[in-house]
Design a binder for this molecule. Structure first.
Ligand SMILES: NC(=O)c1ccc[n+]([C@@H]2O[C@H](COP(=O)([O-])OP(=O)(O)OC[C@H]3O[C@@H](n4cnc5c(N)ncnc54)[C@H](O)[C@@H]3O)[C@@H](O)[C@H]2O)c1
Length: 335
């Protein structure tokens, strides 16, 4: 089968590329990425030369380009990881989030319909469900939890999800959606909490923590997310939504302290800063459906995953420095 994977130079997409290109030599994977500031060609450079893989630079919102690509490549499956993904950026500049996350999804689905794609998979987020109170630990998001968003980011992802549902019901597009909780692991751009903490701690710089650090996230290792996406794409029921979560609720302060301890750094580096506007309090995922239907289970505990992740960043300081200096932007041209 021939797969189009969009956003494959980003954090989760690049981990996905490594997973599937190595696992399925009989399939062919085209990685499409616009290489925005968040896309880093260094993340997938080592896949160059693999026989079942190629990289294409391009924008999912460019209708003419996407049509031509689908016409030439005759994909069987489309997996859409491409997105603007940083909540803080969506508060400063919502417009690009609507364009990439909603219009980009529409462009991909129009081409998927026209070229009779067998499966369109949308990579979504638990943030479409809004947030949960801190004092009701038994409450978790299920696939039936109403969409109730807080940020322009989550609203744009929810808009895309609704459109995916509409393309399935109205036009019969064979779709699936996965909604996952907060990911961590290798290749995460140092704008998100965990790589920010590691890169700042490495330089003994102050580590900004929003509010009192009380916001709770359900942390999942990126590999477990990607194993779930792969299972859903191959075996999930058309038209369905599947939640994926790490069974690892931790508040931000706990996460920061865990990392500092693993790095042997002082908690004095923690600096509390003004809270994010509209900051969601707590996310928690009920992933019973994917566990029962597709036999998915996390393979990482938070303790094992965070230690491995911290070690990855400590062993790849050049990867971080390359981003902080802006040098990573030349990785594709230098190919
Ligand atoms: N990071 C998380 O914790 C998390 C959790 C749940 C779901 N998700 C979803 O997973 C997906 C990937 O997230 P991520 O954290 O890897 O994001 P990321 O920001 O690291 O990567 C996004 C990738 O998309 C590419 N891209 C952006 N606009 C594009 C366009 N117009 N055309 C083609 N490519 C474009 C970027 O260059 C980048 O490589 C997103 O859809 C996100 O909403 C993320």
């Amino acid at each position: 089968m021939k797969f189009l994977v969009t956003g494959g130079a980003g954090f989760i997409g690049s981990n996905y590329m490594h997973y599937v290109v190595n696992k399925y030599p009989e399939d062919y994977f085209v990685c499409l990425d616009a290489l925005t500031y968040a896309g880093n060609y260094n993340n997938i450079k080592d896949l160059e030369g693999k026989e079942n893989y190629k990289f294409v630079k391009g924008d999912i919102t460019d209708r003419e380009f996407i049509d031509k690509l689908f016409n030439e490549e005759k994909f069987d499956v489309v997996i859409n990881f491409a997105a603007e993904s940083h909540v803080d950026n969506s508060i400063k500049n919502p417009g690009i989030f609507l364009t990439t996350n909603i219009i980009g999804t529409q462009v991909l689905m129009d081409a998927s319909l026209k070229y009779n794609i067998k499966r369109y998979h949308q990579v979504s987020t638990d943030e479409v469900y809004g947030d949960l109170p801190l004092d009701k630990p038994d409450l978790k998001f299920t696939e039936d939890t109403p969409i109730h968003t807080s940020s322009p980011y989550s609203s744009s992802k929810a808009g895309a999800d609704l459109l995916v549902g509409a393309y399935h019901r109205t036009f019969g597009l064979p779709t699936t959606i996965s909604r996952c909780s907060n990911n961590y692991g290798p290749y995460q751009f140092p704008e998100k909490l965990i790589p920010v903490v590691i890169s700042k701690a490495l330089k003994n710089e102050n580590i900004p923590v929003y509010g009192k650090g009380a916001n709770v996230r359900d942390w999942i290792h990126v590999i477990d997310h990607n194993i779930g996406v792969d299972l859903i794409v191959r075996n999930g029921k058309v038209g369905e939504v599947y939640n994926l979560g790490g069974h690892s609720e931790r508040n931000n302060l706990e996460v920061v302290k865990t990392i500092l301890k693993l790095m042997g750094k002082s908690e004095d580096l923690i600096t509390f800063v003004e809270d994010r506007k509209g900051h969601d309090l707590r996310y928690a995922i009920d992933s019973t459906k994917v566990e029962k239907e597709l036999n998915w289970n996390r393979t990482y505990t938070f303790e094992k995953g965070i230690e491995e992740t911290v070690n990855w960043y400590l062993n790849n300081t050049e990867w971080i420095d390359n981003i902080l200096s802006g040098e990573y932007k030349n990785a594709y041209q230098k190919k």
